[in-house]
Design a protein around this ligand. Structure first.
Ligand SMILES: Nc1ncnc2c1ncn2[C@@H]1O[C@H](COP(=O)(O)OP(=O)(O)O)[C@@H](O)[C@H]1O
Ligand SMILES: [Mg+2]
Length: 364
């Protein structure tokens, strides 16, 4: 069954909801699948490797951009599974780049142009390359993707990728960004950049009506928080990430699908400050904070940081999931910041309301 038929039958049997923006992207992917199958009708991997792509005849791949939870990965996976072309490869962008770096490391011994050798080998292994969640985390990736993808595309690999960001939004505050610009132009020129502009974040619908400020602490709270994490990210555990802030790296213990997960100690006992909290609020739509203790006068600095953190998340309209020893009004009783903490309490309450979590939530 082709992608379009498969997508339609899922709607008909109620597995997924009709969504016009998704249908637009699904149609494009379906058209690309037909082009690809016509371009390369032979399913045998061995012979395909011997066929040189004729210039101009390689179908244009797709760069699917959109907010989290819109169905980008679902559509890309459906496309990858239903398109009859061999060999094909589906990878998370981050894992793909790790593989490239590992192979470069191997190839460096003695090779004149290791990146060219690795890129050619990767192109030969994948006529279709589906890469989920493109993001450029560091300078090591930023400096090689331009040439890597240039070679992949000229060798006839068709690339379909998803990203939260448009090509021009990648690596925005990165070092030596001017050296990265050719990659942006390559993506814009050689791929069809489409926006999956659905109003619905389908993941959010799953946590509707759930408690997002969980107390007291304990195994029950851990279980509830883990359950929310899985519902919002579709993974048991996120990947560590780092954000570059004023030339240093801020470690994010777990990140996935626009959500980041920390403990209170990670965020408020470590010496973090306003630029860190701002960067977190900018980078993530949902933040998890585990194990917020009762704040006593001994927690002077952590209390100050917690107030600032909640203010920053609030101002950026970030969604918050937290586990705490007590409900917001019981967290801070006496000390220098009692007055300010009244604002934190009110904000923590507002951040639990359904309207905070999004008026456009649908049940799925
Ligand atoms: N039209 C839909 N109806 C119901 N659920 C959907 C629909 N589209 C996507 N989903 C579900 O929503 C979740 C998020 O989709 P996903 O493709 O991972 O989003 P993205 O990659 O854009 O973050 C997935 O579990 C997916 O199965
Ligand atoms: Mg995704």
């Amino acid at each position: 069954m082709g992608l379009w038929a498969d997508y339609q039958s899922r709607i008909e049997n109620g597995a997924i909801k009709p969504d016009g923006a998704q249908a637009d992207v699904a149609r494009k992917l379906d058209a690309l699948a037909s082009e690809l199958e016509a371009y390369d009708p032979k399913p045998s991997g061995f012979f395909n490797r011997l066929i040189k792509p004729r210039n101009g005849s390689v179908p244009k791949g797709l760069y699917i951009q959109g907010e989290v939870g819109r169905g980008k990965t679902m559509l890309m996976d459906l496309f990858c599974a239903t398109t009859q072309i061999e060999p094909k490869r589906r990878a998370h962008f981050h894992a793909f780049m790790q593989d490239i770096h590992a192979r470069l490391h191997e190839a460096r011994r003695g090779a004149k142009d290791p990146l060219r050798d690795v890129a050619r080998a990767v192109a030969a292994e994948a006529r279709l390359l589906c890469l989920d969640e493109m993001q450029i985390a560091d300078i090591a990736d930023a400096m090689i993707v331009g040439r890597l993808f240039e070679i992949l595309l000229t060798r006839g690999s068709v690339v379909v990728t998803t990203s939260n960001l448009k090509p021009a939004g990648l690596y925005t505050d990165g070092l030596n960004r001017q050296l990265f610009l050719p990659f942006i132009h390559l993506m814009e020129e050689k791929l069809d950049v489409v926006t999956l502009d659905s109003p619905t974040d389908y993941r959010l619908g799953r946590v509707r009506g759930r408690d997002t400020f969980i107390h007291p602490l304990g195994s029950e709270a851990d279980r509830k928080l883990q359950d929310l994490w899985e519902k919002l990210t579709d993974t048991e555990k996120g990947e560590p990430r780092s954000l570059e802030i004023l030339g240093r790296q801020l470690h994010i213990p777990q990140a996935a699908h626009g959500a980041a997960r920390f403990t209170f100690a990670d965020l408020c006992e470590a010496p973090l400050g306003p630029p860190d909290y701002l960067a977190i609020a900018k980078a993530f739509g949902t933040v998890f904070i585990e194990c917020i203790p009762v704040l006593t006068p001994q927690h002077r600095n952590p209390s100050k940081r917690f107030i600032l953190l909640i203010d920053t998340l609030y101002d950026a309209r970030v969604r918050l999931v937290a586990s705490a020893a007590r409900p917001p009004e019981g967290l801070y009783s006496k000390g220098h910041h009692a007055k300010e903490f009244a604002r934190t309490i009110s904000r923590l309450h507002e951040m639990q309301s359904a309207s905070w979590w999004g008026a456009k939530i649908v049940e799925t």
